[in-house]
Design a protein around this ligand. Structure first.
Ligand code: GLU
Length: 471
């Protein structure tokens, strides 16, 4: 068994393309087959090497490896021409001298009548070969209906009238997509083709071409469309569509893999979190749904959060490094922080934003407006904060338990609720209304930073300006 992923390098790796790659890979791995990668870059105008490089990088990041390739179609132009000549000499294809302008006029005329244009096969029976006139090569499509069994869509039938003598080689000598894809699938020995539903109308043409080459067509599996939250085809309108954008948003590759895998396939038992290994043991293209799948970005964030929660700090850190350059080394402090915050973050960006609070200078904490309004009020605020500072400075042990006990005792001694100290303390330490348990935060920061941040709060209260001092 041999499968392939065959992206066109005309842009980034679309999440739909990534899902196609994943489904091909899982089916290959499940059945002990080979996974090949082919770059379909025959469209010279739109194909760019930097797009190909970006696609390869995204596939690697996602954990979609391949066993063979990448094979570039642009390296195989001679091979496509050679195979076309073979078909011409066998009488299975013919040169077409119709001008582009004439064909265009016929297409417009058909459209005006509300009909689909089909090439009438004018040059099929032509015997002359006008010298010096450019010619394309067309296949002679047989007069029978084309039928095949799709692993996902079941039996598919196209009537003969739906398929005209399509072009294989353009008059400039460049192959069409139909030609290059079939020549390659034959040469590479591809047994299964899983690709987007949008290719379904191309498939009867490919079947015709496989047969012209005397080869049984591979087994096809046309994957259902991916819809955006507006139930229309997934597009930029409703959110990010490239794999790279999700990477930049702080989605883990294994979480994106898990999420994309479930767009059209379900492992059973309402399971939402499934590792690649577990999926590999049970995945089969024939179990993919026919109906379109909806891309729910909220669910992706949830899946990502589940992965973060289940990972150790050591597992998370390599993924976090680019989001948190302040903390390049996983030391005991960072390890504690990651454990504290991983359950409170859905993305690496969120995680980094919270952990960063511990790496900034003690005088640079920004207080959220909401936090200021809610917790930095009362005429006695400065007094309370001075008492709090003194209390914490006097706590020699400085553990989660000892700091909490000390602050609660202070509240009791002053006849005030502990919240009068705890909430402003949170603002002093991280600038936010919410955080992990505040004594965990204080101990995570350590005594020096905790006291320095309280000093900074007191300074700002005295100065009547709660914004960080611009130096
Ligand atoms: N290159 C085509 C695409 O990017 C895929 C063709 C195929 O898988 O057969 O849509």
């Amino acid at each position: 068994m041999k499968l392939r992923f065959a992206p066109s390098p005309t842009g980034f790796l679309h999440v739909g393309g990534a899902r196609t790659a994943i489904f091909n890979l899982l089916h290959a791995r499940r059945h002990g087959g080979i996974m090949a990668l082919r770059i379909e870059d025959t469209d010279v105008e739109r194909s760019k090497q930097h797009h190909a490089d970006q696609i390869l990088a995204s596939l690697k990041w996602l954990g979609c490896e391949w066993d063979e390739g990448p094979i570039y179609q642009s390296d195989r132009l001679d091979r496509y021409r050679e195979r076309v000549e073979e078909l011409v000499s066998k009488g299975l294809a013919y040169r077409c001298y119709c001008s582009v302008d004439d064909l265009e006029a016929e297409r417009r005329a058909a459209e005006e009548k509300g009909e689909a244009f089909r090439y009438p096969g004018r040059c099929r029976t032509r015997t002359d070969e006008p010298a010096g006139q450019p010619s394309a090569v067309r296949i002679k499509v047989p007069p029978e209906a084309i039928e095949f069994d799709d692993l996902i869509r079941g039996h598919v039938r196209f009537e003969a009238e739906q398929i005209d003598d399509f072009v294989l080689l353009r008059s400039d000598g460049n192959p069409t997509y139909h030609l290059s894809v079939v020549v390659d699938d034959v040469d590479m020995g591809i047994t299964h083709v899983a690709r987007g539903d949008d290719h379904l109308s191309n498939t009867p043409k490919h079947v015709v071409l496989f047969r012209a080459f005397g080869v049984e067509p591979p087994t096809f599996a046309h994957l259902p469309l991916i819809l955006g939250s507006d139930k229309k085809r997934l597009s930029k309108r409703t959110g990010a569509t490239s794999t790279e954008e999700y990477q930049k948003m702080g989605i883990l590759p294994q979480a994106l893999f898990n999420f994309l895998m479930l767009l059209g396939w379900a492992p059973g038992g309402d399971r939402e979190i499934i590792s690649r290994d577990d999926a590999t043991a049970i995945f089969d293209l024939s179990d993919v749904n026919k109906s379109a799948a909806v891309f729910d970005a909220e669910k992706l964030a949830w899946v990502n959060g589940q992965y973060l929660m289940a990972m150790s700090a050591a597992e998370i850190h390599p993924h976090l490094a680019e989001f948190l350059p302040e903390a390049p080394v996983l030391d005991a402090k960072l390890e504690k922080l990651l454990e504290l915050y991983k359950i409170r973050s859905r993305t690496l960006v969120e995680l980094a934003a919270q952990v960063r609070d511990y790496y900034i200078s003690d005088t640079a904490v920004t207080y959220e407006d909401e936090a200021v309004k809610k917790h930095l009020k009362g005429d006695d605020l400065a007094t309370r904060m001075r008492d709090l500072r003194e209390t914490l400075a006097g706590d020699a042990a400085f553990t989660i338990e000892s700091t909490e006990a000390a602050v609660r005792a202070l509240g009791e001694a002053k006849g005030l609720g502990a919240g009068k100290y705890i909430h402003p303390l949170r603002v002093a330490l991280v600038g936010r209304v919410s955080s992990p348990p505040i004594f965990d935060v204080a101990v995570g920061l350590g005594r020096n930073s905790t006291l320095a941040r309280l000093d900074e709060l007191i300074r700002r209260i005295d100065a009547g300006n709660l914004a960080p001092q611009v130096l």
